[in-house]
Design a protein around this ligand. Structure first.
Ligand code: MRU
Length: 365
């Protein structure tokens, strides 16, 4: 398999092809900077976050979102929580910081990358036995930067593996947003699209709008349009008739958490898309970094599903779209059973049925 193997090739190709890829989050001078994704596509507003409460708030209202980007936000967020460690000569109090980090860790429960990042950085920093809080803070900072870089690299690898699955003229359906906005790099499912385009393929994309928060219509369409990749938006219910009438080569989605047996939690609407793909013999792929695999869970039944407030479903801005006092069912994610998944495209290769990640190392949460 051809693998460019280095970031330079990617940088040159990104420029040559004018793939104007956005940046979701970065750390500079003690501040977390991010694009406020709630304002897209109407406005490009940046947030500059200097304390943990504001970060948690921005995560809960989805200014920053997408499992890998939440991992990066968690990593940088630890530095805001541990801000008073920066210049302290006291011995590190690991139990205290673990409990201070709980609200951040639990800000969104389904995307495992958030708790994974916090767990990993704490464990690595503690294992080096820093003499004082200041040393511990600087270790955590190095690890947060490394984790961000790693996420960027993982996206490239996912893209390379996934691009090989697509023909020169593939039409692909995707759901939610899994691109640069959702990760620390070029994306997962959208990373596959970007990589295929960089290798000269003419890919066109159908993006589910992704009710209720419209990450597909607002964010995926925005990203792909900026990158000059043909994209058509449709409502979620239009994917099955599209597959019935058009030649769709693949469905590719991201993941918020993958259990040992391959069952995959992703944005609400993914499961019905997988069923529709199976019914029309369209291969349904999940693209995710290995950091999204939760080896502590045997199956999808154990994945915690975040529930969202009713207003997201029954209001359109200030306008009610359902009668007052109507009960609302609003899980943010669903679980697609492994049997519907033709392959899980990761940064270390493509896993196929029967999935078994139980021996997989390095994803303890
Ligand atoms: O609620 P969101 O917007 O955070 O949900 C995001 C998704 O479901 C993505 O598909 C998933 O996190 C993968 S992002 C590369």
């Amino acid at each position: 398999m051809y693998r460019p193997g280095n970031a330079d090739w990617w940088c040159r190709s990104l420029e040559n092809k004018s793939l104007n890829i956005a940046k979701s989050i970065w750390w500079e001078n003690g501040v977390i900077h991010m694009l406020d994704q709630t304002k897209l596509p109407a406005k490009e507003v940046k947030l500059h976050i200097t304390n943990a409460d504001d970060l948690i708030e921005s995560i809960k209202r989805l200014s920053i979102r997408g499992a890998p980007a939440l991992g990066v936000a968690g990593a940088y967020g630890m530095l805001l929580v541990a801000d008073d460690w920066k210049d302290s000569s006291e011995a590190p109090d690991w139990e205290a910081i673990k409990s201070d980090l709980e609200p951040l860790r639990n800000a969104r429960p389904t995307a495992v990358n958030l708790s994974w990042a916090i767990h990993r950085i704490l464990e690595e920093a503690e294992s080096q036995n820093p003499a004082n809080k200041s040393e511990a803070y600087h270790l955590m900072k190095q690890q947060a930067m490394a984790l961000h870089q790693e996420d960027e690299d993982r996206c490239r690898e996912i893209g390379e593996y996934g691009a090989e699955l697509l023909s020169d003229t593939s039409q692909v359906v995707t759901h939610c947003n899994t691109g640069a906005l959702a990760t620390g790099g070029i994306g997962t499912a959208l990373g596959v699209i970007y990589a295929a385009v960089m290798h000269g393929k003419n890919i066109s994309v159908y993006a589910d709008e992704t009710r209720p928060l419209l990450q597909g219509a607002r964010l995926t369409a925005w990203e792909l349009q900026r990158a000059n990749i043909p994209v058509t938006v449709m409502t979620d219910g239009m994917a099955a008739p599209l597959m019935q009438r058009e030649n769709i080569d693949a469905v590719i989605v991201g993941a918020d958490r993958i259990a040992n047996n391959g069952d995959t939690a992703n944005k609400i609407g993914t499961y019905q898309l997988a069923i529709a793909a199976k019914a029309h013999d369209v291969p349904f792929y999940v693209a995710a970094p290995t950091s999204t695999i939760d080896t502590s869970l045997e199956s999808g039944e154990d994945i915690p599903i975040e529930m969202r407030g009713s207003d997201e479903v029954i209001r359109w801005g200030d306008i009610p779209t359902a009668p007052k006092n109507i009960p609302v069912y609003s899980p943010a994610f669903d679980v697609t059973p492994a049997q519907y998944i033709a392959g899980i495209i990761t940064d270390v290769g493509i896993a196929r049925e029967p999935y078994d990640f139980s021996g997989f190392i390095g994803s303890e949460k």
